[in-house]
Ligand binder design. Structure first.
Ligand code: NYM
Ligand code: MG
Length: 216
């Protein structure tokens, strides 16, 4: 009688520019997975609940100013401070659906003048590597129609276009990552159904390989 190895959780990151509906989908997908019997929890970056997250929050709301370099490092530190939570959760067999990750970190900073992809990627090298990146696209019109769009730093059309360009460059750098594109043009629940369908195959596969290290 052979005991089956404990299956680890799947690490899924949802990325995209502002206003694509990532947060809603992360919450709905997490609930959907749980209700279908897959242990699952959600995370988001920046995680504004920590001390570092508080500094980031204040920066994003334009209540404080930080140099572009230091805020980049804070975003990365915010991920590193939650690294053990990520690896422990996955090891316990619980999947994670994560709202943004290092790809946002690199896409946003490298959209500012004078920042190379290479410099931007440095601090996040070695973080837990996602098994799947779901990249949401939305039309400008849809993004800007979101109720709170435009209230935070970065939520400007030209900057968002640059961010979208940088996401394309970032994914081209590392072909070992699995990116899946999805264009949001249906209702919220239909989008959740579609995304759940994309994840289901992965969830049912036997994940015995260890969690990888990002960009290493
Ligand atoms: N953002 C997010 C960054 O600039 N760097 C990062 O590493 C991360 C994770 O923060 N405009 C930006 C993207 C968003 C903003 O995210 C806050 P959200 O998902 O809108 O709360
Ligand atoms: Mg936002």
């Amino acid at each position: 009688f052979e005991r089956m190895a404990l299956k680890r959780g799947l690490f899924v990151v949802i990325e995209g520019a502002d206003g694509t509906g990532k947060s809603t989908q992360v919450l709905n997908l997490t609930k959907r997975l749980q209700s279908e019997g897959y242990p699952c929890s959600s995370m988001r970056f920046p995680d504004r609940s920590t001390q570092i997250g508080g500094m980031i929050d204040s920066y994003l709301q334009c209540k404080s100013n930080l140099s572009d370099e230091s805020v980049h490092l804070l975003f990365s530190a915010n991920r590193w401070e939650l690294k053990n939570q990520i690896t422990n959760t996955l090891a316990s067999g619980t999947s994670i659906i994560c709202d943004r990750y290092a790809f946002s970190g690199v896409a946003y900073t490298s959209s500012k003048p004078g920042f190379s992809l290479c410099w931007c990627m440095g601090p996040d090298r070695g973080l837990p590597k996602p098994d799947l990146v779901l990249y949401l696209h939305a039309s400008e019109k849809l993004a800007q129609s979101r109720s709170n769009y435009g209230t935070e730093r970065y939520e400007k059309r030209e900057f968002q276009n640059k961010v979208a360009e940088m996401f394309e460059e970032i994914r081209a750098v590392d072909k070992t990552l699995t990116w899946t594109d999805y264009t949001v043009e249906r209702g919220i629940d239909e989008v959740t159904d579609d995304l759940f369908g994309i994840l289901q195959k992965e969830l049912n596969s036997n994940l015995v390989k260890e969690v990888g290290k990002l960009w290493m």
